[in-house]
Design a protein around this ligand. Structure first.
Ligand code: ZN
Ligand code: ZN
Length: 186
């Protein structure tokens, strides 16, 4: 898979029939996603199309990639797939309602979370930045490796998915006590 060349795309250069955007985005170009997760095992493959539609542009297509996350219960790393389908509206003239995000100093685009809209001030789309933002928004708040994860033993710390450690349990099972213990340990 070749590496994606495009980074900033001047929208006026997008032909009427659309622009194909294909290739891999290596982990080194996705700093924020790397920092927000336990890392990226490999490049994220994209097969997207950017097309003019009325006053805006539509960025849509398929994504194949995953990030490593750490399970909140057992602390093991596990692979989490990025959403496979992508559909974003690119707004080339966001002047009317630009909301600069102080957390993104120096970034020229702002993502509106509610309607999958990406802003491209002065008609320039930061493609990799927009994709990275979309993937960051899609990360689970509480990563769990498996709905049946049994977590770590609050007494000895053993991974109870692997073996029963045999520690005696509190007389009354209280899931909140276990969560509190996990928090103290972290
Ligand atoms: Zn787990
Ligand atoms: Zn134990």
């Amino acid at each position: 898979m070749r590496e994606l060349n495009e980074s900033i795309i001047p929208l006026e250069q997008v032909p009427a029939e659309g622009l194909a955007l294909q290739g891999g985005i290596p982990p080194r170009r996705l700093d924020r996603l790397r920092e927000a997760t336990a890392g990226l095992p490999e490049a994220v493959a994209i097969d997207l199309r950017l097309e003019p539609r009325n006053d805006v542009y539509i960025l849509s297509g398929r994504v194949t990639g995953q990030v490593a996350l750490q399970c909140e219960y057992c602390r093991a790393h596990f692979d989490h797939p990025l959403a496979a389908e992508l559909f974003l509206t690119v707004e080339p003239d966001p002047e009317r309602e630009v909301q600069p995000d102080p957390a993104q100093k120096g970034e020229v685009w702002v993502l509106t979370q509610s309607d999958n809209q990406v802003e491209a001030p002065e008609g320039r789309l930061d493609l990799v930045g927009a994709l990275e933002d979309e993937w960051l928004l899609g990360l689970p708040q509480s990563p769990i490796c498996d709905p049946a994860c049994r977590g770590l033993c609050p007494v000895c710390g053993a991974d109870r998915n692997e073996a029963e450690c045999g520690c005696s349990r509190p007389r009354r099972e209280n899931p909140f006590a276990i969560l509190a213990q996990l928090k103290q340990d972290s």
